[in-house]
Structure formats: structure tokens, C-alpha cells
Design a protein around this ligand. Structure first.
Ligand SMILES: NC(=O)C1=CN([C@@H]2O[C@H](COP(=O)(O)OP(=O)(O)OC[C@H]3O[C@@H](n4cnc5c(N)ncnc54)[C@H](OP(=O)(O)O)[C@@H]3O)[C@@H](O)[C@H]2O)C=CC1
Ligand SMILES: O=C(O)CCC(=O)C(=O)O
Length: 484
């Protein structure tokens, strides 16, 4: 068993101080990947022959460990693993513990076959990846989207583990998804699909095991169906899901929570730079739950939303878009297209639009090496999960752009999910003011703790958040008794 004194309690461990970075690289490459090192060196001598490329190859091997190096734009899992490994090395984590923290607890894949409204049968693949439960029940959303794939769900589950630890709430991490286009399914088809998915995973979720919530393409109604289906097997259990409708145990403030957390996180970051929301120009990608609430709350504080996009298109207005009117239009027309209060903008150009603060609030992987140089914002607030890949991180850092990382920036949603779960267990409903005040306290504490890690490890905010989350999970793992 590992001695807990070997796990750094918010500081660089004695082990990492005793071993120079060079020794760690040598140890990793020679003992962990000796063959790979040999092949790598041979390839370099044959094809490159320069000292610089040799160093680059070694660095890539170091960064990706035992994964094949893929020089195309990184997928979500490769990128997330890379960030985790960098954090593990900053913390000086034991290499076996590091490996064990990366491996998911359980990966579930199910076929969900449903009758469509026209009488035909359709089959969809559903996933639930349960990454880690050392700090408590696993927690994370369920996504309905055509691009849902096992690697992405895996990455998102892992991010949930670090996110709940950064937020310091007593959960582990999980994520689920079904590969489907929710917009192309009728309400009754969506209900059937959700119920079949729940039937297939009901034994593996639960208030003390794994607690799903909404993500892209799902909403409180989806959670209500899961609750109902789950309760047929296990008795009435409101705490099995969060993000429910208020009438059946949802929390006041949960719907706005991710957007409100984005507001609080942005306020904290801007304050550090002597700025406030008022007067800053914002560009937001995505106008669903997170994007629309972030836009509304930011504009209420005097922030100017100068451009916005959703799947139907993009709009700009240098004087600031009228957000309440845009929300009304989007609800009535199922998208922002056709809104008369802004000018047409090519969605491809949105991220490069001139602004102070850019908020990606839709899909992952949207900021990469091909477009990072075009970004004009000074601050990026990652409301979406993993919107920025590691190559873009590096480019943006050189440009002086400050990124508030996803595992802190969008943690308001899961934090209020925690408050919902607590209310369900207590059987007592909080008022909205209490929810919002508690959320602000958690976000401010998370920001302070992340900054402390930046100071300790001389790193950027992403590594500050990763070292904070990974360190807390590693401590819990070791405290519970981890056998090598
Ligand atoms: N909901 C939550 O509590 C949390 C969500 N997140 C993350 O925030 C992000 C958004 O989630 P959420 O708001 O819940 O999802 P929603 O499904 O409510 O909204 C997603 C929005 O993004 C739009 N969109 C989809 N593809 C594109 C595109 N290529 N360009 C521009 N817009 C696009 C969608 O348009 P359309 O609807 O027309 O397809 C929709 O407006 C995700 O990354 C999610 O993981 C993170 C933490 C918590
Ligand atoms: O509210 C939750 O439990 C999870 C939200 C989520 O999926 C996320 O933070 O990415």
C-alpha cells in the first residue's frame, strides 16, 4: 500500500524534488518504453538526423507515454490524457498510481433499439463510462449527439473526475451519451430511447453509485424519464439523477447554474486583471443551456455580447446583441437564424471575431492549431468541455491569451447538481438565493485553490486546475487503501 506521506498535499512532493526532470524522462522512456525509445531514436536518425527533431521526438514520447503519437489534430481522449500526465508529473505522482488513475472504473456500451413513430425499428449505441469513484458516487451528464463516440465519452468522464475534485464536491466522475440526432427524433421517440437506455444501465447507476445529469442534447425532461424508468426497478429514487424538473425534486437554480458559474468564474478572473464584466466585449459559441444562460447573465452585468452562434448560424452586432429578445426568438424559431437584431456572420469566422472574452459553449475540440492564431480575444472562458486542444493551448499561451479551463469554468453545473442531490437526500428544498450564494462561494474557493496550485507549480491555469483535481483524487485513492 502507498504511504499517504508520498502524496503531495498541495505541494510538490519530496519525490519530485529529489528526482530531476531529466531523471524522470529517462525513467519513463527507458524502463516504461525502452523498445519505443529505441525505435524512436532509429527513426529519427534515419529520417531527421538533426538534434532538434530528436529532442522534439523525445518530448512527444514523454508527453504521450505509452500511447501512439498521432500528429493529426488530437482527439479528446489523447488531449485529456496528455493534460493529466503533465499534471501527474508536476505533482511527482508515483508512475503506478498515475497509470491506475487514468484507467476507467467501468465502460458500458449498450444497443438501444426502439420502434420509430412510423413503425420501423431503429438502433442507437449508448455509452456510460464510469471513470473514478474514490471521492464519492460517480457523476456526470448524458449527451445525445451524432458525434458521440467511446473515446470522447471516456475523455469527458475523466474530465468529470478532475472537475468534481476541483469543485471539492464529494463525487467521482462519469459521462454517458447516445449517438443520435435528438432534433430528428420526435418527443415520443426520445422518450422511448431514454427509457430503453435506462433499462440497460439501471443496475449500474444509483444515488450512491453513479448519478447522471443533462449535457448537450438532453434536458430536465430527459432526466424525468430516467428517474421514472429507474424507479420502476428500484422504487422512487429522486437522487438517482440531477437536473430534474423542479416539480419532481429538481433544484431551483440548476438550469442556469453552468452559465452562472461561468459568470462567477469570469468575474474572478477579470478582477485579477483589474477588470469587470461591464464594458467587456464577449463572443459566445453555442446558444443552448450553457451559452444562453451565460449570455443573459453576462449582459445583465453590463457585458456586451458582440457575436454569437448556434447550429443554425452566427450573428454579430458591435453595439451588443439584445439577449432577452434573442432568447425569445431562438425559443420560437428553434435557433438564432432570422433574428433581426444582428448582422450575418459566417459561423467559421466566429472564433476569430474581435472581442475581449471568447466563450466556447458548444462542442469540444473547436480551438486547435489551425485556428488558434486567429483568435483575437485576450481571455477564453471554457464553458464547453475540452474546447481547446493542447497544441492550441501552447499557441495561445505564446500570444498572451489567458484560458480559464473547463474543469473549473463550467463546474457550476455539477456543483448545483450536488446541491440538488443533497436536497433530495435531506428531503428539504433550498430557496434560489441560497443555491446561488452557495454556488458563488464554491466557485470563489475553487478559483483561489486553482491559483494556489499555479503558484506552487509555476504553471498556467489549466495545469493549476489539473494538479488541484488530480492531487485531491490521488489523496482519496491512497487514503482508501491503494495496493500496488
Ligand atoms: N448542461 C450543463 O449543465 C453543462 C454543459 N457543459 C458543456 O457545455 C457545452 C454545451 O452544453 P449545453 O448548453 O448543455 O448543450 P445544449 O444542447 O443545451 O446546447 C448546445 C448548443 O450548441 C449548439 N451547437 C451545436 N453544434 C454547434 C456548432 N458546431 N457551432 C455552434 N453551436 C453549436 C447547439 O445548437 P442546436 O441546439 O441547434 O444543435 C446548442 O445551441 C457542452 O460542451 C457541455 O458538455 C458543461 C458543464 C455542464
Ligand atoms: O451536473 C452534472 O452532474 C454534470 C454536468 C456535466 O456533465 C458536466 O459538468 O460536464
Amino acid at each position: 500500500m502507498w504511504n499517504t506521506s508520498r502524496i503531495p498535499l498541495g505541494k510538490r512532493s519530496a519525490r519530485s524534488e529529489a528526482i530531476s526532470p531529466d531523471t524522470e524522462i529517462f525513467e519513463l522512456l527507458f524502463w516504461g518504453d525502452g523498445l519505443r525509445l529505441l525505435i524512436g531514436l532509429l527513426r529519427i536518425s534515419c529520417f531527421c538526423g538533426t538534434v532538434i527533431s530528436e529532442a522534439c521526438w523525445l518530448l512527444l514520447l514523454f508527453a504521450f507515454g505509452d500511447e501512439p503519437v498521432d500528429l493529426s489534430i488530437m482527439n479528446a481522449l489523447t488531449a485529456t490524457n496528455r493534460n493529466f500526465k503533465l499534471a501527474a508529473r508536476l505533482l511527482g505522482l508515483d508512475s503506478k498510481l498515475e497509470k491506475s488513475l487514468l484507467i476507467p472504473f467501468r465502460e458500458i456500451k449498450v444497443e438501444c433499439t426502439i420502434p420509430k413513430d412510423d413503425g420501423s425499428l431503429a438502433s442507437y449505441v449508448g455509452f456510460r463510462v464510469q471513470h473514478d469513484n474514490s471521492r464519492g458516487p460517480m457523476k456526470g451528464g448524458i449527451r445525445y449527439h451524432p458525434e458521440v463516440d467511446p473515446d470522447e465519452v471516456n475523455a469527458l468522464a475523466q474530465l468529470m473526475t478532475w472537475k468534481t475534485a476541483v469543485a471539492n464536491i464529494p463525487y467521482g466522475g462519469a459521462k454517458g451519451g447516445i449517438g443520435c440526432s435528438p432534433g430528428d427524433l420526435s418527443v415520443s421517440e426520445l422518450e422511448r430511447l431514454t427509457r430503453v437506455f435506462t433499462q440497460k444501465i439501471h443496475d449500474l447507476i444509483g444515488a450512491n453509485t453513479d448519478v447522471p445529469a443533462p449535457d448537450m442534447g438532453t434536458n430536465p425532461q430527459t432526466m424525468a424519464w430516467i428517474l421514472d424508468e429507474y424507479s420502476k426497478f428500484h422504487g422512487y429514487s429522486p437522487a438517482v439523477v440531477t437536473g430534474k424538473p423542479i416539480d419532481i425534486g429538481g433544484s431551483l437554480g440548476r438550469e442556469a447554474a453552468t452559465g452562472r458559474g461561468v459568470l462567477f468564474g469570469t468575474e474572478a478572473l477579470l478582477a485579477e486583471h483589474g477588470k469587470s464584466i461591464a464594458g467587456q466585449r464577449f463572443v459566445i459559441q453555442g446558444f443552448g443551456n450553457v451559452g444562453s444562460w451565460a449570455a443573459q447573465l453576462i449582459s445583465e452585468q453590463g457585458g456586451k455580447i458582440v457575436a454569437i452562434s448556434d447550429i443554425t448560424g452566427a450573428l454579430k452586432n458591435s453595439k451588443g446583441l439584445d439577449i432577452p429578445r434573442l432568447i425569445k426568438h431562438s425559443t420560437e424559431h428553434r435557433g438564432i437564424k432570422g433574428f433581426d437584431g444582428g448582422d450575418y456572420l459566417d459561423p467559421e469566422d466566429l472564433l476569430a471575431e474581435d472581442c475581449d472574452v471568447l466563450i466556447p459553449a458548444a462542442l469540444g475540440g473547436v480551438i486547435h492549431r489551425e485556428n488558434a492564431n486567429d483568435i483575437k480575444a485576450k481571455f477564453i472562458i471554457e464553458a464547453a468541455n475540452h474546447p481547446t486542444d493542447p497544441e492550441a493551448d501552447e499557441i495561445l499561451s505564446k500570444k498572451g491569451v489567458t484560458i480559464l479551463p473547463d474543469i473549473f469554468a463550467n463546474s457550476g453545473g455539477v456543483t448545483v447538481s450536488y446541491f440538488e442531490w443533497v436536497q433530495n437526500i435531506q428531503g428539504f428544498m433550498w430557496d434560489e438565493e441560497k443555491v446561488n450564494n452557495e454556488l458563488k462561494t464554491y466557485m470563489n474557493k475553487g478559483f483561489k485553490a486553482m491559483k494556489e496550485m499555479c503558484k506552487t507549480h509555476q504553471c498556467d491555469l489549466r495545469m493549476g486546475a489539473f494538479t488541484l483535481g488530480v492531487n485531491r483524487v490521488a489523496r482519496a485513492t491512497v487514503l482508501r487503501g491503494w495496493e500496488a
